[in-house]
Ligand binder design. Structure first.
Ligand SMILES: CC(C)(COP(=O)(O)OP(=O)(O)OC[C@H]1O[C@@H](n2cnc3c(N)ncnc32)[C@H](O)[C@@H]1OP(=O)(O)O)[C@@H](O)C(=O)NCCC(=O)NCCS
Length: 334
């Protein structure tokens, strides 16, 4: 078994990588659409501007049987991210551990002190990560809303029932200059959900980061939709809450819920459900090809889970975010 680094992967290597990903998803996430070739290509070759990717593949007689991608942040105080995928027929032979040790070498060389990995609850990734120095830091519930299940009259009633003193606004792509800092402040309202410790905890939204996030979505060819609740004078509007959905260009049938937040002093007034209902109404008319919306919420975020259930989202599966200190990861034999 050889492990090779893929500095600048060729088309043929990306196709083999994709074959591994498709087989692993079919085995570990049955019923969930796997990323397609274009999504895999852009994930590997177009990381966000704040990071770079290091990639490795394990080969058996020249064919890829496992792959690993390490997303290394330029800022070593932020956490790296690792994704390892081993073909079902090659598991429990130490290949996952070897790729993890290889990625750990990359983290150490870059001075990056911690790393995060996402696992699907109930899959082999959980015992693997727990046996290899990771601890669970966040548990996420994935929910799915089928657009056909929405009752349009109920949706219209929810949108009409907006709390007084607020008005809705919406935009696609990056936020206007006028609202950029307000949006960043509202995103800081989500700080209670961020991961503790290096990486997650040090992240702070500002107007530049808000725009960078929208640009990263646009660079993939996807479209970001935002609905916000405003208050205060029209000459200097303030944001009380917002919700974001991304419609992927490669697979617009399944849109992805991004952030939703209500600023603490505006909570408890049904702004969350108002914003999300307005978003659904917008997408139904603007993007009828969207058939489903997927969302992930921390499983202790009872308010957001209740809002989603009221809108018709149904529980799909649970994801677990694991974190490890680089120092605790396995090392390659010297
Ligand atoms: C998680 C995954 C990468 C593990 O790869 P692997 O090559 O089977 O892992 P290893 O052989 O190095 O296993 C190392 C240890 O992890 C634990 N482990 C791995 N799979 C396990 C399982 N199915 N049940 C219990 N323990 C398991 C064991 O302690 C194992 O040591 P042992 O075989 O000596 O008992 C692989 O199952 C996979 O590709 N899963 C789908 C992709 C995924 O979820 N990736 C995200 C996590 S990075």
């Amino acid at each position: 078994m050889d492990v090779i680094a893929l500095g600048d992967p060729t088309d043929a290597q990306i196709e083999q990588w994709q074959a591994v990903v498709a087989a692993v998803w079919a085995h570990d996430r049955p019923g969930e659409p796997a990323p397609d070739l274009e999504q895999t290509r852009s994930r590997l070759l177009e990381p966000p501007t704040t990071s770079r990717n290091l990639m490795w593949a394990a080969l058996d007689e020249g064919r890829m049987c496992a792959v690993a991608c390490l997303r290394l942040p330029h800022d070593p105080d932020r956490s790296g991210e690792i994704d390892i995928q081993v073909l079902p027929g090659y598991r429990r032979r130490g290949i996952g551990t070897r790729l993890l040790a290889t990625a750990a070498d990359g983290l150490r060389a870059a001075g990056c002190k911690s790393v995060i990995v996402q696992a699907v609850a109930g899959t082999p990734a959980v015992p693997f990560l727990e046996a290899r120095g990771f601890r669970c830091v966040l548990s996420l519930r994935a929910m799915l809303l089928r657009m056909d299940d929405i009752d349009p009259d109920r949706l219209a009633a929810l949108v009409a029932a907006g709390p007084s003193g607020y008005r809705l606004t919406r935009w696609t792509g990056a936020v206007s200059d006028e609202l950029a800092m307000e949006l960043a402040m509202a995103k800081r309202a989500m700080a209670d959900l961020s991961l503790a410790g290096p990486g997650g905890g040090s992240f702070r939204w500002d107007a530049v980061r808000v725009r960078e996030m929208a640009e990263a979505v646009a660079a993939r060819g996807d479209l970001l939709y935002t609905v916000a609740a405003l208050y205060g004078p029209t000459s200097a509007p303030r944001i009380a809450g917002f919700t974001e959905v991304v419609v992927p260009s490669a697979a617009p049938e399944r849109a992805l819920q991004y952030d939703t937040a209500v600023v603490p002093e505006h909570r408890g007034r049904r702004l969350g459900i108002w914003l999300k209902a307005a978003m659904l109404q917008w997408l139904r008319t603007e993007r009828p090809e969207v058939r489903e919306i997927e969302t992930d919420n921390a499983d202790d975020n009872s308010h957001m889970l209740a809002v989603n259930e009221e809108l018709g989202f149904r529980h799909q599966r649970d994801y677990l975010d694991y974190q490890a200190d680089t120092a605790d990861l396995p090392a390659l034999p010297r």
